[in-house]
Design a protein around this ligand. Sequence first.
Ligand code: DNO
Length: 358
Amino acid sequence: MEMTFRWYGSQFDTVTLQQIRQIPGVTGVISTLYDTAPGEVWPQERIHALKAEIEAAGLRLSGIESVNVHDAIKVGSPEREQYIANYIETLENLGKEDIHLVCYNFMPVFDWTRTELARKRPDGSTVLAYTQKAVDAIQPEKMFESIAGDANGAILPGWEPERMAHVKELFEMYRDIDNEKLFDNLCYFLRAIMPVCGQYDIKMAIHPDDPAWSVFGLPRIIISKENILRLMRAVDDVHNGVTFCSGSYGTNLENNLPEMIRALKGRIHFAHVRNLKFNAPDDFEESAHLSSDGTFDMYEIMLALYETGFSGPIRPDHGRMIWGEKAMPGYGLYDRALGAAYLNGLWEAIDKAKKRGI
Ligand code: DNO
């Protein structure tokens, strides 16, 4: 595996590349052109400039998170052909810049959903949290206002104000889309892009829906072992792969994370590893990465990745806000750096034990 860190670009991130470079064991950065809208073609020069900036800081651009998919592709409207053509052009431009990993999601309307961006924990840290009660009590168009207040001035991925201004229209677009239609549209998209992915060896890595159940009655299709395996079989190409996000699949306590990793052997191209602490099955908060601070056994998750031969980029995921840091919720420096060090420690211990035959 390659330990990486998500970085939104110098214009948007409070964390600098120089800081990332000092986290022990982090060699790569996962980045994006954060100011591009879904459906836009990414110019090769801009990708080149991003890569050059990262390399000048002594790091590698290990993959893109995300190239977002336009809603026309998700709902399967006639305009999808144009947006698929644009996506293919973006992939070509990424391929020409020697980039081989693209994370994306197929969630309708919202990207990941949390109901609190700064829930206070007993140690004074603040964390992202979710409670179903809060979602049930709110209108979708109010959701954005209700969470945006705590964002520390940052624009949250998937919750861009321009997009949220059209929330009602977005809901309207999805009125006739159920899980099956959404799944077919995803397969249609993947089949259309597989040739270019094959040509440039670009591994597509779908991010799961978060939380792993329907919110506001919208369809959700990447939420369990059963449906991610169905997608792997439907487009049975190694370039159709997975971002294994423990914190997203893990929102549903019925998902056995190590078992899912083993079932997806060879198709996990990117891993997001973090822990959650559950107060009830539909009330959880994003704890520190350490197993004992949350509900998941992080050793078992890392062991499953190790034993399935996982060799792609991995990154610590959302961190707590600690030590007075002000940053995009979930994406500060300090707690994610602790997460990276911890995950590296688990990996080193597993690796040494295996090599000694323990
Ligand atoms: C949240 C992230 C997601 C993820 C996208 C992938 O922090 O993990 O926003 O990047 O769903 O497209």
